[in-house]
Structure formats: structure tokens, C-alpha cells
Design a protein around this ligand. Structure first.
Ligand SMILES: N[C@@H](CCC(=O)N[C@@H](CS)C(=O)NCC(=O)O)C(=O)O
Length: 82
């Protein structure tokens, strides 16, 4: 199972859509708020290349990391794992 972290902030409607999908799953996802924690925003920019949220950081068992930025892609991916 990949290690998952969601970069988000509450006021973002795209994030809310992803959160509503996530809340219907049993998946373990580390929540990284980019507004309340500037370090999270910095990590998102340096790792993923953009400050845009939502972004799901997906770390595979072999260490490969993918930064998924589109809310619809993230929702679909979370559903596929559930
Ligand atoms: N097409 C994107 C849109 C995401 C988006 O527009 N996010 C806004 C917040 S609601 C954002 O992060 N804006 C700040 C930025 O791009 O740095 C999606 O569906 O995920």
C-alpha cells in the first residue's frame, strides 16, 4: 500500500470535494494543511513544483514519489484504492 499525504486547506472547494471522498474511505492519509503550516506549503512547492491544492503525495513501497494535483484524479485514485 502506498504512503499517502494530502496537501490541502479548508477554504478550497476542490479540497473539500476530495475530503468528502476521503471521509467515505478507511484509507490512512496524512493531512498537510498548507495555510496553517507554511512548511507544508514549502514542501509542496519544492517537491511537487506548484503550490496548488489539493495535491496528493503518493510514495510507493519502492520509494518512488508521485505528486497528483487534479482533484478529480485524486478522488478517482482514492476510490480505486478503497
Ligand atoms: N483544477 C484544480 C484546481 C485547484 C485550485 O484551483 N486550487 C486553488 C485553491 S481552491 C489553489 O491552490 N490556488 C492557489 C495556487 O494555485 O497556488 C483541481 O481541480 O484540483
Amino acid at each position: 500500500m502506498p504512503k499517502l499525504a494530502l496537501y490541502y486547506y479548508d477554504q478550497c472547494p476542490f479540497c473539500q470535494m476530495v475530503l468528502s471522498v476521503l471521509n467515505k474511505t478507511q484509507l490512512e492519509v496524512e493531512m498537510r494543511n498548507t495555510l496553517t503550516n507554511p512548511q507544508n506549503r514549502q514542501d509542496l512547492i519544492s517537491g511537487g513544483g506548484r503550490s496548488m491544492v489539493p495535491c496528493l503525495r503518493i510514495e510507493q513501497d519502492n520509494g518512488d514519489v508521485h505528486w497528483m494535483y487534479e482533484s478529480r484524479d485524486i478522488a478517482q485514485y482514492l476510490k480505486s484504492l478503497n
